[in-house]
Design a protein. Sequence first.
Length: 453
Amino acid sequence: MNISIWSIITVILMLGLLVTVHELGHFWMACFLKIKAYEVSIFIGPKLFSWKRKGVDYSIRALPFGAYVRFTDFDDQGNAIESDDPELLINQKRWKRLLVAIAGPFMNAVLGVLIFAIMNCVSGYTSLNIGPVSEGTQLAAAVTADSPYQMEDRIVKVNGDRVFTYLDFFYELDNGVREDQEMVLTLRSAETHELYEITLVPELTTRPMLGITYSLDTIEEYQGWEIYAVSEQQNGGNPILKEGDILREIDGKPVIDEDFEEYFANLTEGDTMHLTFERDGEIMEEDCLKTMITVANSRGVRLIAYDIKSAKDFFGAVKTAAMMPATIGNITVRAIGDVFEGEEEVYNMVSGPVGVTSVVSEVVDDQNDTLAIKIVSVIQLAGIISIGLVFTNMLPIPGLDGVQVILIIVEMVIGHKLSKKSETVINGIGFVMLIALMIFAFASDIIRIIVGG
């Protein structure tokens, strides 16, 4: 894994800005409720600029690793000064302290929605409305003369599970049900707004498995398939093709022919297939053992993408953005369920700084994308991470807002503050959980690097 310095800088700036918005959320809510704040610092480390306004010390610091708001005053020894000042956060009514605690995560949600809304309005957005039906697909077989289906009907559920945007719909396609199993779509009619169901039933066929991954971008340049991954199962476990090879023909049929896919799907006779490929400038030919696999025809569900050309399109773009927190929460819950059901590795559930940097590096360090595409992709990642921080910060762990929310709610239930001893025990347990989570996140990043996940 090669991560450039630009990827690291991008991650630092991105997370720094997201944390700054989070902390400003706490501060703005405190100002609205007339709660005293002593200091607001954008970023950390040595001060670059500072000023004082209405009793609050503001500063912009040198290191973009975060931000903070200080609601407590300290003496010369660094100990918190206890006071009965009614403007202090600690002396506020519980509902006010609760609002200040949740304002930070709320701002991250608002920022994430705002990012997606702007991107949707500028670049268009993908809806949950179904597009044209293609022949030979599972959808085409399901849409009969008696079916109420019409183009632009909206997907509401997949196998009974609610989907909010295209992201959790694609998650269901990739992780919910295998393509060779039936899938039930609940749709809302664009005309009558009534709900109805259609069942996608796969048609299974047997075809050869080539066991390669190739680039679509260089087909015209090389007049063949440039291979960048080869399955270990190819040729009975003894792969013939290698990364970097250019596959040109199979049994004399050029792979760039328009009808090659149909030809290859019907290539069922015999135990071998003859490969013609280029390696290091030399044309080579080898016989490869066939591995037959059972495949299903395509689901055929194509979602409609809209450009913003009318007020209806604009509100559709904003609505899709507003549903992103629900989508990311839905995917998170489903993914956790997949772990408990043994369908997902537990180390894929958590990403630390290394994991986030690795994801950003895939965008920033991609040599095939233009600068504009990279900027758009990074902004979209920032939107997803910002919304993800909402759920992370609500964990009941010291240093995160979740523990404050839990403590305040407990106070509301029991009618008085917890004792110092109880708070110490809770914070101690939470601190152990925080360290364990940090270690697990770092270990998960390393495992993904090792196994290539």
